[in-house]
Design a protein around this ligand. Structure first.
Ligand SMILES: [Zn+2]
Length: 142
């Protein structure tokens, strides 16, 4: 999955109108929320975690686990829903990942996750919207 698969092409300014300041800073300025700040850390119900910008479901609750980091963590995304690239903001390269549909930044992936993947998708809670099983998914933003 690469940038070329993006199908939502709003400008950073257009997204500002649709999102809270915190959501916008994380999704489109690659800010990181403070650890422990997201109510989704405690979310244990079955459901889907969707991109807070365009509402594409990115993670299933069955891949969520408690990493102890203070950020919602997953061992795998839904196939094909994220893109990634290396960034060098912390000197050591990290792998950034984002929603494949709108390009909104979600978090970073590390190699210290649990089985079966060994990966840890460390996600900003503010960049996700949780949709419990049985609730309708929000209409996608295009
Ligand atoms: Zn998105």
């Amino acid at each position: 999955m690469t940038e070329e698969t993006r199908t939502v092409e709003r400008s950073v300014e257009e997204w500002r109108e649709l999102l809270s300041a915190d959501q916008h800073a994380v999704l489109f300025k690659e800010a990181t929320e403070p650890p422990g700040s997201s109510p989704l850390n405690q979310e244990t119900r079955d459901g889907l975690f969707a991109c807070a910008a365009c509402f594409l479901p990115l993670f299933e609750s069955s891949s969520k686990y408690e990493s102890g980091t203070g950020w919602p963590s997953f061992f795998a995304p839904i196939a094909g829903r994220i893109g990634s690239r290396k960034d060098f903001k912390l000197i050591l390269p990290r792998t950034e990942y984002h929603c494949a549909r709108c390009g909104g930044h979600q978090g970073h992936v590390f190699k210290d996750g649990p089985a079966p993947t060994g990966e840890r998708y460390c996600n900003n809670g503010v960049a996700l919207r949780f949709v419990p099983d049985g609730d309708p998914l929000p209409e996608p933003r295009t």
